[in-house]
Design a binder for this molecule. Structure first.
Ligand code: GLY
Ligand code: MN
Length: 531
């Protein structure tokens, strides 16, 4: 036998079930599928999101009239071998359906184009250009083997799924069996027919299906290559294949949050603040543990799971020099009295909206002089960004305002290179101050911690701040332990202060203001919690 030959005729794929001891007897099957009480009513009622999601779908519809829009929830994702992660639908799907935690693997929202102005209405009654249909995998009956034999979808294994009627009640959207999806997507696609656009990045299988439908209709990707040579073909190909238009539109309609989204974000911030309070109470335990950062992480994450869906991103619990690593999520270090600890965490609530808040706390309860000096500079930078956060300003102004303070403070401390002024550093050819803050000052926040990431630059960085926008303000300063460009007293100190901000009609509201920011207020708050 050669070294490359396996010792069994069974294929590797087939071996996945080698540990299975499920009986195959008819007697077992008949018995396990019988004698069940009628299914209890799941008690589904219309979600509060129904009128809001109708308006969101109408906004998308306005952007892409005449195109069939395919927005998958996404599949279950494998953690390892045959074990899945907990399901979280794609954010665009959640935004347009209102479905949140655990709902609904493999579902696909299709916005079917209808004659312009005759589609499903927004909440104010204005008709859209599309009719929405949700394709879902409904609850399997108990006389179906899936019931007990399918570890991924079966009721015995993962619980009961909603019926089509439940989904319609919950979402206000017509629901059909996912088995009907292929025919529905393929209908009338072809030259001069319906344009089919899919939200990429959500479900590879659906993308493959859409590509196959396009290929069958003679609209395959080869045509796109050909398009280079012919302007007419180029126009046609981009009409047919430009999924990016859907991705972009779905991202940009999320730049302005509606009333319900703001309510969800307020809830996420409130739960997050409770997490910070729990962490302060746990600090003595963190100091006593060899992996004190894990005490902080698990305290924050436990609250997120108890009071919300989960954390909105991996918690950063960074003590001492670890705070100078921007996304320190290993969280396996010690927490020492006298050090600072940077906690960057956000609770994602069941609707999947997340907060994103950072505080840098003195482990012993009081900032040292140098820690306070650095903290003050970062806080002043944040306040400068808050001062320009009002309707009419540009998103990029937030960063510019914060950087003016950071550069000025670094100049004052003599940290900019010899002969470089703050003004020179702020120029495009300078930027030396960014050595100590390489990240941006702000990002949009919502269903994704870095929300609206596929919006065009002119809508995002160069976009105008508008009431209803929610974003972070999060300047920082990070002096690494081995940074020879700064005096020793600065080394090993990282500070970031991050708040979640809503643009209002006449300025802004700091949604996370209930969590103290001023150094003296942080100290008093910590003392109060630790008793
Ligand atoms: N708070 C994590 C981040 O904004 O990247
Ligand atoms: Mn952030």
């Amino acid at each position: 036998m050669s070294e490359n030959t396996t010792s069994s005729d069974q294929s590797i794929e087939e071996r996945g079930s080698n540990r299975s001891q499920r009986p195959a007897s008819r007697a077992f099957k008949n018995f396990v599928m019988s004698q069940w009480a009628p299914r209890a009513d799941l008690g589904v009622s219309a979600s509060r999101a129904v009128p809001f999601t109708a308006t969101r779908r109408a906004a998308l519809s306005t952007r892409l009239p005449g195109a069939r829009l395919v927005i998958p929830a996404g599949p279950l994702r494998t953690r390892s071998n045959d074990t899945d992660y907990r399901f979280r639908p794609h954010s665009a799907f959640a935004h347009l359906t209102g479905l949140g935690t655990d709902q609904e693997p493999d579902a696909v929202l299709v916005l079917e184009p209808v004659e312009e102005g005759t589609g499903d209405p927004a909440a104010d009654g204005t008709p859209s250009n599309h009719h929405a249909v949700l394709y879902v995998r409904p609850l399997a009956p108990r006389d179906n083997e899936e019931f007990f034999a399918d570890a991924r979808y079966g009721e015995f294994w993962v619980g009961a799924r909603p019926t089509l009627a439940d989904v319609e009640t919950l979402t206000g959207i017509e629901a059909r069996h996912v088995d009907e999806l292929k025919d529905a997507l393929a209908k009338d696609v072809g030259d001069g027919g319906v344009v089919l656009l899919v939200m990429t990045g959500a479900d590879e299988e659906i993308e493959t299906l859409v590509d196959a439908i396009r290929a069958e209709a003679g609209l395959d990707l080869a045509e796109r290559a050909e398009a280079e040579a012919s302007a007419e073909a180029a126009e046609r190909a981009s009409d047919v294949l430009d999924d990016a238009a859907l991705v972009e539109a779905a991202s940009e309609i999320r730049l302005l949050k509606d009333e319900l989204e703001i309510e969800h974000l307020r809830e996420a911030v409130a739960r997050t603040i409770e997490g910070f309070e729990a962490v302060v109470r746990a600090l003595p335990r963190a100091v006593a543990h060899r992996r004190g950062e894990r005490v902080i992480e698990t305290t924050f994450d436990a609250n997120a799971r108890l009071e919300g869906n989960a954390v909105g991103y991996e918690t950063i619990a960074a003590a001492g020099d670890h705070a100078t690593t921007l996304h320190w999520i290993r969280n396996d270090g010690e927490v020492r009295e006298g050090d600072l600890v940077l906690l960057d965490g956000g609770v994602e609530v069941d609707s999947l909206y997340t907060a994103d808040v950072t505080r840098t706390l003195p482990v012993g309860g009081e900032y040292s002089d140098v820690q306070r000096r650095i903290y003050r500079a970062v806080l002043d930078a944040a306040d400068a960004a808050f001062a320009v956060a009002r309707p009419g300003a540009r998103f990029r102004d937030l960063h510019d305002a914060a950087m003016e303070v950071i550069a000025a403070r670094l100049e004052e401390w003599g940290l900019l290179p010899d002969g470089v002024t703050a003004a020179e550093a702020l120029g495009q050819d300078g930027q030396q101050h960014r050595r100590w803050m390489v990240h941006g000052t702000s990002h949009h926040l919502g269903l994704d911690v870095h929300d609206c990431a596929q919006a065009r630059r002119e809508m995002y960085l160069d976009g105008e701040l508008t009431p209803g926008m929610v974003f972070t303000i999060e300047p920082g300063l990070y002096f690494k332990a081995d940074d020879l460009a700064v005096p020793e007293e600065y080394r090993g100190i990282g500070v970031r202060i991050e708040d979640d901000v809503l643009i209002t009609a006449d300025g802004n509201e700091n949604l996370s203001a209930a969590l103290p920011r001023e150094p003296e207020a942080v100290e008093a708050w910590m003392a109060g919690l630790r008793g």
